[in-house]
Design a protein around this ligand. Structure first.
Ligand code: G3P
Length: 217
């Protein structure tokens, strides 16, 4: 499973990239707002930190506008992935970018039917939002299971399932059990994957016992 970090904070991205465990980055207009930075500048900087796909989202809602903005964004760096919303115009733009060999992430997916359309439109990534579905009392993970089942029926589909709106480590574990290709999560969630109290306790004991031997390596 690939790990993307869902942030526009370059310091967070640098820290995670240094672990060697980071495969890409996703941003959205809300994360750009949170960063307080110029959109294109921050995308360029992120692309210099990671060679993996970096999702940059268009804000036009019509096909021509999405194509114009997407081409502009794609010119910033070779690893920019154009993020388009799951609308008819977004799917048309997805088709267009795919034909230009530009990576596309179709975002705001909340149903298996939408994911089927994105695959048919040639999306590189489909982003189902699991947390937001959980928030309204439905099962985000059931959507991932449904999409994986559908995509497996059609070996010609090349779309990767990018599990988004991840809120906690179990979202990632459950998605991995279903074979989802990518999880994008806030840096705090990715960092928390390593934590286990028994690891801390065990390491503490090993270090105490080692110190008691009086040896050094
Ligand atoms: O980037 C899309 C997605 O990950 C947003 O997550 O937490 O705002 O629902 P969230």
């Amino acid at each position: 499973m690939k790990f993307f970090v869902d942030t526009a904070d370059v310091n967070e991205i640098r820290e995670l990239a240094a672990t060697g465990l980071l495969d890409g980055v996703t941003t959205n207009p809300s994360l750009i707002k949170k960063s307080g930075r110029d959109f294109k500048e921050v995308i360029k900087e992120i692309c210099s930190v990671t060679s993996g796909p970096v999702s940059a989202e268009v804000v036009a809602t019509d096909y021509a506008g999405m194509v114009k903005q997407g081409e502009d964004l794609a010119g910033l760096a070779k690893n920019v992935t154009i993020k388009v919303p799951l609308t008819i115009d977004g799917l048309k733009a997805c088709n267009y970018f795919r034909a230009q060999n530009i990576l596309v992430n179709v975002t705001l997916c909340f149903s298996a039917a939408q994911a089927l359309l994105a695959a048919k439109a040639g999306a590189s990534f489909i982003s189902p939002f699991v947390g937001r579905l959980d928030d309204i009392g439905t099962s985000g993970m059931q959507l991932i299971a449904d999409i994986m089942t559908i995509y497996r029926q059609y070996p010609t589909f090349t779309t990767e399932v990018l599990v988004a709106s991840v809120r906690h480590p179990m979202h990632i574990v459950e998605a991995a059990k279903l074979g989802a290709h990518v999880a994008t999560a806030p840096a705090s969630v990715l960092k928390s994957l390593v934590n286990h109290p028994l690891t801390d306790k065990g390491l503490d004991q090993f270090l105490k016992d080692w110190a008691a031997t009086g040896q050094s390596i």
